[in-house]
Design a protein around this ligand. Structure first.
Ligand code: PEP
Length: 250
């Protein structure tokens, strides 16, 4: 069975010292469970700290929140995949809704970032999801499929490496959550998209993100279509993050 993934997106919070304090508190109460992995996406400056402090725990992985596809050069402010890897990253988040809607990242750009990560053997976690007006217009599946088309042209083996996080934009940081059934419907459509391209449904990993909290994690993770969660706000507090990652499955 593929392990469940509990991924923390720390956004623009916690520098190296904040990350160190967080991990001191979190690791003290953390017990690795065989059916799951915990992933951290810290700020770029805290990547090395998180990778170093969790390096002896195989079920904890570290990833970059964003990367640029060029390996080096005159790209002020950007982080190459090689640099992220050197700092200890094993994965990279791509196409988070804040990247798409605050910084104008396009599907074409997300496609290039995914390819750059794959070329360096880092796991891409591609975020997809609709805005509220798109959901109300019945366009959710169309939007998600358009965002997945950034992966067009990749072969089955490459596609099998990619983790998808379905994050409805209207649920991120708002306290609103998709119902577990609504999320499961989109997850099933995403899994079908991969199956049609030759990836076994058992291999495809689709996470849910959007206002996941200790009090709704159980209902979400109990959906067989949901292979884990990507969490912003509730991953910043060691106590609530511990509660989320040790949720009991039925
Ligand atoms: C996110 O940033 O990916 C996210 C899902 O945030 P939150 O959990 O705060 O809604």
């Amino acid at each position: 069975m593929r392990p469940l993934i509990f991924a923390a997106n720390w956004k623009m919070h916690l520098g190296p010292e904040g990350a160190r304090r967080f991990l001191h508190s979190f690791l003290e109460r953390h017990e690795a469970l065989p059916d799951r992995e915990t992933w951290f996406f810290p700020s770029a400056v805290a990547l090395e700290t998180v990778a170093r402090l969790t390096g002896d725990r195989p079920a904890i992985r570290t990833g970059a929140q964003n990367v640029y596809w060029e390996p080096k050069g005159a790209f002020t402010g950007e982080l190459s995949v090689g640099m992220a890897r050197e700092a200890g990253a094993q994965a990279g988040l791509v196409g988070h809704s804040e990247r798409r809607h605050v910084f104008g990242e396009t599907d074409q750009e997300t496609g290039r970032k995914v390819r750059a990560l794959l070329e360096s053997d880092l796991t891409p976690m591609l975020c997809v999801g609709e805005k509220i007006e798109q959901r109300e217009a019945g366009e959710t599946l169309g939007v998600v499929q358009r965002q997945l088309s950034a992966l067009d042209g990749l072969g089955r083996d490459a596609l099998a490496q990619i983790v998808i996080a379905y994050e409805p934009v209207w649920a991120i940081g708002t306290g609103k959550t998709a119902t577990p059934e609504d999320a499961a419907e989109v997850h099933a459509a995403i899994r079908d998209w991969f199956t049609e391209r030759g990836v076994s449904p058992e291999t495809t990993r689709v996470l849910y993100g959007g206002s996941v909290k200790p009090d709704n994690i159980h209902a979400l993770i109990s959906q067989p279509e949901i292979d884990g969660v990507l969490v912003g706000g509730a991953s910043l507090d060691p106590a609530s993050w511990s509660e989320i990652v040790r949720v009991t499955l039925d």
